[in-house]
Design a protein around this ligand. Structure first.
Ligand code: PXL
Length: 275
């Protein structure tokens, strides 16, 4: 069985980061090891009163123990990281486990804004991690902040997205997939670039005109899970996009659904069928 280690926070309530990555990767038949970077009572979109216990000091001792046990990983999958130090520690971790695919979701923002607590300097620091990654999966907001270009929410064309993707790979990542690409108001999807083959790929769905937290984490977890199950990046992007779409559709269909995350749980049977 393939083994992924995922490095991100535990938001105890909020359906994001580890509470999403762990069940999705496990359900896909891949071992999910975790490296929790912080424990929060909720994700930061709750804004008021959330607790945060930083675990930066645990990262190096945990990875050192794994090394001493001869534990290895097929992939390192990073999501929300809470500080500059954590980014440096993950860069070191990639050097410590050189055989692992480095899959980076630079989870930092959405809809043109960085999440609470992040600034432009943090986005530039995250770009350093993306530079050493095999695959990165930013959304349009995260890409704009990392590249230092204006965020555009609409009215752009395919050439613009291709240019953003080329620039992302020029930072150093081998492959980049941009999520939340919307070339017309009725469609949204993902567009990817493989700098080694100079090939582009795109996949779109009808747009559901709603915004939910944690969809990037659902997408990234399913994508890295599918890669670990032997799918190509393009196949994995289709699986992840279909699964994210289905999670949002099920959320919308549920009367009184919560506002803070999507129904990725009841979409798992559909995800497994697509593998
Ligand atoms: O990927 C979303 C996410 C993960 N972890 C924490 C967050 C968020 C989004 O706001 O606050 C702690």
């Amino acid at each position: 069985m393939k083994r992924i280690v995922t490095v991100q926070d535990i938001s105890c309530v909020g359906k994001c980061s580890l509470t999403v990555a762990l069940p999705i990767i496990s359900a896909m038949g891949v071992e999910a090891a975790i490296l929790p970077t912080a424990v929060l009572s909720t994700h930061t979109a709750f804004k008021k009163g959330f607790t945060l216990h930083d675990l930066t000091g645990e990262i190096a001792p945990i990875t050192a123990h794994w090394k001493s046990e001869g534990i290895d990983f097929d992939a390192i999958y990073t999501g929300y990281l809470a500080s500059f130090d954590q980014i440096d520690l993950v860069k070191q971790m990639a050097k410590d486990f050189p055989g692992a695919l480095l899959f980076v979701d630079p989870a930092m923002g959405d809809n043109g804004k960085l999440y609470y607590g992040f600034d432009e300097a943090f986005a530039k620091k995250m770009a350093e991690l993306c530079a050493v990654a095999d695959i990165i999966v930013p959304n349009m907001t995260e890409a704009a902040f990392m590249l230092g270009i204006p965020y555009v929410s609409e009215g752009y064309d395919e050439e613009y997205v291709k240019d953003v993707l080329r620039k992302l790979c020029a930072m150093g990542a081998k492959k980049a997939a941009l999520t939340g690409v919307s070339l017309d108001a009725h469609k949204t999807g993902v567009m990817a670039y493989d700098s080694e083959t100079d090939e582009f790929f795109s996949y779109y769905h009808d747009r559901i005109p709603v915004q939910y937290h944690g969809t990037g984490d659902v997408f990234a977890s399913a994508c890295v899970g599918a890669l670990s199950r032997g799918k190509s990046l393009n196949e994995a992007l289709v699986i992840a996009a279909d699964y994210t779409y289905e999670s949002i559709r099920l959320t919308e269909a549920e009367p009184g659904h919560n506002w803070y995350g999507v129904n990725f749980e009841q979409a798992i049977p559909a995800l497994l069928k697509s593998l």
